[in-house]
Design a protein around this ligand. Structure first.
Ligand code: FES
Ligand code: FES
Length: 153
């Protein structure tokens, strides 16, 4: 199969790649760019562990072909915490106890960032609705919701 020439700005860094056109965005991020923050949970759009921002909007990166993202700006969890600094959402999750095993956390962080960009002071219900596509098997969600609401008190 002919390769696809992909131009992909990720976390403000430009990448030029020759990829198999069947690769998803998650495949390219994890396998070609070695960005392992977006996790592969279900690989079918159900868990949200692979959530990244595409032109500022949260998407399940396992459900979109990388070729369809050509030229669009991608932000991964690595891009919101440069040099090991914590993003305010990450800090709140740590402080409120919203992290246990951590598998869901990168996707949860990216979904929460998108939510807060649109609605800086969401209600509890708005947080729950905004994070509805992100599953967590550990926390019961309460502390995650509290953390997101604590970012902009
Ligand atoms: S791995 Fe993409 S939604 Fe679950
Ligand atoms: S902290 Fe384990 S899945 Fe969310």
């Amino acid at each position: 199969m002919p390769k696809f020439h992909l131009t992909l700005p990720v976390n403000s860094e430009q990448h030029e790649l020759l990829i198999d056109p069947r690769q998803t965005l998650l495949d390219v991020l994890r396998n070609d760019l070695d960005l392992r923050g977006a996790h592969r949970g279900c690989d079918s759009g159900d868990c949200g562990a692979c959530t990244v921002l595409l032109d500022g909007k949260p998407i399940a990166s396992c459900m979109i072909l990388a070729a369809d993202c050509d030229g669009e700006a991608v932000t991964t969890v690595e891009g919101v915490s440069p040099n090991g600094s914590l993003h305010p959402v990450q800090r709140a999750l740590v402080e409120k106890g919203g992290i246990q095993c951590g598998f869901c956390t990168p996707g949860m962080v990216m979904a929460a960032i998108a939510l807060l960009d649109d609605n800086p002071q969401p209600t509890e219900q708005e947080v729950r609705d905004g994070l509805a596509g992100n599953l967590c098997r550990c926390t019961g969600y309460k502390k995650i919701v509290e953390a997101v609401m604590a970012v902009n008190p």
